[in-house]
Design a protein around this ligand. Structure first.
Ligand code: NAD
Length: 371
């Protein structure tokens, strides 16, 4: 398994499975390749917080996407970003006036990276302004809002994508390829562990009005979404149990720890943990009649590590947000179909499952899902 031949086979397989990695390698390693001359997606970021900052930095290495604008309520942040990224004054907006982006021909898309509960209204306003939208996860705080966002984007004839960066991550895609080729046999079990110990009790993530929930909305969603792309099916039922050890920090409607189980039509079961009270939880484990796959860490910023019953998984280490934004540019500008979808309908499925998980913690027995 550790022979050079096996290693080269894996590298070749990875290159076939991830043709975009040539471009990602170019971006990340500055390989001497012919400069890209195709269309470029011109993006404005809304919400210049910690994740917005990470995306902006990663976009400096993009080939097909470029940061050209900002939307923020803090003038000093706008100034800093303007000088760091060379953003012209005419591409800077605040939360009151960003509908004016409609008449700005130099911006193609807005990437919404604000607290969860704001996504719904902001995405709909961006759609009405005629711009494509990339929205962070969770797309919104419930399925009915998610449906309204999808409808608004359809009506405005703009694309709606959700920031599922793991859908472009090479180790993840390699496991999906192996599963599709039958390497693990009939898939029977998935375990997803997603959690961290949350700090400052005053942050928006612990304020239901802004977060829409607790750990499930923020980190548990990785196991919800991951169970679907790892198993390769959509679940048909859910059961869930909630544990709350700190009701002061985790107020009514802000979940601390939820264990949930999902049943899949092919017979597989997923058993998952979502928590804001434990660290070292970022692991996916997929088991089938013929083998297993593990990602550990599975969804952090990287490097992602994986192994299967055949040995260590060899796949390129990339900056997730760089690859995501270049791939999203291709999806928006050239209609490229990703291996795992990242559109509003994909995100709506996760919201329907999360709605059902919240219902299931209050209801004994299985809640049926119709995705
Ligand atoms: P953050 O608190 O660091 O940033 C949020 C930004 O929104 C801040 O700049 C804040 O000023 C702005 N904002 C606008 N209106 C606000 C309001 N009414 N109240 C509070 N803040 C307001 O949060 P973050 O970690 O950047 O998360 C933002 C979004 O990105 C969330 O939806 C989160 O789930 C998502 N996220 C995704 C990933 C990922 O890996 N895909 C990682 C982190 C966060």
């Amino acid at each position: 398994m550790n022979s050079r031949r096996d290693f080269l086979q894996k590298i070749t397989a990875a290159t076939i499975a991830f043709p975009f990695l040539k471009m990602a390698a170019h971006a990340n390693n500055s390989l001497n390749q012919k400069p890209y001359e195709g269309p470029v997606l011109r993006v404005a970021i809304m919400g210049l917080g910690s994740y917005g900052t990470r995306v902006a930095e990663a976009m400096q290495d993009c080939t097909k996407a470029k940061l050209v604008g900002v939307i923020s309520g803090t003038p000093s942040k706008i100034q800093t970003w303007q000088s760091k990224y060379g953003i012209p004054e005419k591409n800077c907006y605040n939360y009151e006036n960003f509908d004016n982006i409609k008449s700005n021909p130099d911006i193609d898309a807005v990437y919404v990276i604000t607290p969860n509960a704001l996504h719904h209204d902001e995405v709909i306003r961006v759609a009405k302004a005629g711009k494509h939208v990339i929205c962070e996860k969770p797309m919104s705080i419930n399925a009915s809002q998610g449906q309204e966002m999808i409808d608004a984007c359809k009506k405005a004839n703009v694309k709606l994508l959700v920031g599922y960066r793991m859908h472009f991550e090479p180790h993840t895609l390699e496991i999906i390829r192996m599963r599709n080729e039958g390497d693990f046999g009939k898939i029977l079990f998935f375990q997803g562990l997603s959690g961290f110990t949350i700090g400052d009790p005053n942050q928006w993530r612990l304020n239901k009005k802004l977060s829409g929930g607790g750990a499930m909305m923020d980190i548990g969603i990785y196991s919800v979404n991951g169970s679907r792309y790892m198993i390769g099916e959509d679940p048909i039922w859910v059961t869930a149990e909630e544990t709350k050890n700190d009701p002061v920090k985790f107020k009514e409607g802000v979940d601390e720890t939820i264990q949930f189980q999902l049943g899949f039509p092919g017979g597989a079961v997923a058993s998952c943990l979502s928590t804001y009270s434990m660290n070292n939880l970022d692991r996916f484990f997929l088991n089938g009649g013929g083998g297993f796959a593990e990602l550990n860490p599975a969804t952090g910023y990287g490097p992602i590590r994986g192994r299967t019953n055949k040995g260590e998984l060899v796949a390129p280490i990339v900056t997730h947000q760089t690859v995501q934004m270049d791939e999203m540019a291709d999806i928006i500008l050239s209609g490229k179909k990703p291996i795992v979808p990242v559109d509003g309908e994909e995100a709506l499925k996760d919201l329907k499952i999360i709605d059902a998980i919240y219902k299931a913690v209050k209801t004994p027995g299985k809640i049926k899902l119709d995705l």
